[in-house]
Design a protein around this ligand. Structure first.
Ligand code: FAD
Length: 286
């Protein structure tokens, strides 16, 4: 099922993200984890894609298995920063053969060695290529606090508009911990006539290391209220996991109460965390 159709339904949607393994030895274990998460019956699941391109077959395999075995629609990510056009076209064939209709089209982070594709500089170029090669439903990434490489938010939103106009059906946000930042972002993009549905990305933080890593990679502001939680519970894994699930649940409840219809949870491949969120929201989502 196309995600654009899921987002048109008159309901609140909750989707869950998983990531593929880095090596084939880990494939079965990671696929089993992804299926545990699929059993929670989210509206759809997304499967990430290594920026280097090497995990592409695993992304396709896990996304296809979730659809076939659990009937949960999937969104397969695709990055271009390290890929040739030829490789991208090959991946589109793989996705098509596996029955994948939805792609999250991304540039990917610039690799540490600075070696980038000669064919792609920005996600918008990938989006134009995919659009010209088939009838996929296409999503893209957006950044409520601005993308880390772009100094001015205004420029980032101008680039986002270009990207959406290249052929996106929806956007998913980078994780954020402060909902006000997201409401402000929505206001600013709607003002620039970006009209596609925006799915709010929420990451439950379940340990202090994860917070440091995620905040550093995304440039996301960590509110004082959340810092205090991590300072207090960070040394106790069970308590920190519970507190992280509660904080994420609170964010989601606030989003829904403020009229946001579509939520995406970055599960970090932790079925118990995804289950905790779904359980907390069972009546809210009903
Ligand atoms: P772009 O939209 O191309 O933007 C990248 C930068 O270029 C921005 O600063 C933008 O302002 C700027 N820019 C865009 N167009 C122009 C232009 N015409 N001129 C000048 N500057 C321009 N990474 C992975 O490797 N695998 C994944 O599966 C993955 N999934 C993700 C899912 C979500 C929901 C999000 C939010 C991010 C994900 N990422 C993933 C991370 C993402 O790849 C990085 O954030 C990456 O640095 C930017 O990707 P993008 O598609 O947003 O790039």
């Amino acid at each position: 099922m196309r995600i654009s159709d899921i987002l048109k339904q008159d309901k609140i949607t909750l989707s869950l993200e998983v990531f593929p393994p880095k090596t084939s030895e880990r494939y079965e274990a990671t696929a089993a984890t992804a299926k545990e998460i699929a059993k929670l019956r989210p509206d759809f699941m997304s499967v990430t894609y290594g920026a280097g391109g090497g995990t592409g077959p695993f992304t396709a395999g896990i996304a296809a298995e979730i659809q076939e075995e659990y009937g949960v629609p999937t969104l397969a990510h695709l990055t271009c920063v390290s890929s040739s056009r030829e490789h991208v076209l090959h991946m589109l064939d793989v996705y098509r053969e596996k029955g994948i209709e939805n792609i999250l089209a991304l540039r990917g982070d610039i690799p540490a060695d600075g070696h980038v594709s000669e064919d792609y500089r920005y996600a918008s170029e990938l989006i134009r290529d995919i659009r010209s090669k088939g009838d996929f439903c296409l999503g893209g990434a957006c950044y409520p606090e601005g993308h880390v490489e772009c100094i001015h938010k205004k420029d980032d939103i101008r680039h986002l508009k270009e990207k959406v106009d290249a052929g996106l059906d929806f956007l998913t946000t980078q994780l954020f911990f402060n909902n006000d930042v997201f409401y402000n972002f929505l206001y600013r993009i709607r003002e620039q006539d970006i009209r596609v549905p925006v799915i709010a990305g929420i990451m439950p933080i379940t340990n202090a290391k994860q917070l440091a890593r995620s905040a550093a990679m995304s440039g996301t502001d960590v509110p004082q209220k959340f810092r205090a939680i991590v300072d207090f519970f960070g040394e106790d894994p069970a308590a920190m996991q519970q507190a992280g699930i509660v904080y994420a649940t609170g964010q989601i409840v606030d989003l829904i109460a403020n009229g946001i219809r579509h939520i995406h949870v970055y599960t970090m491949n932790k079925p118990e965390v995804a289950a905790g969120i779904m359980k907390n929201l069972s009546a809210v989502l009903d």
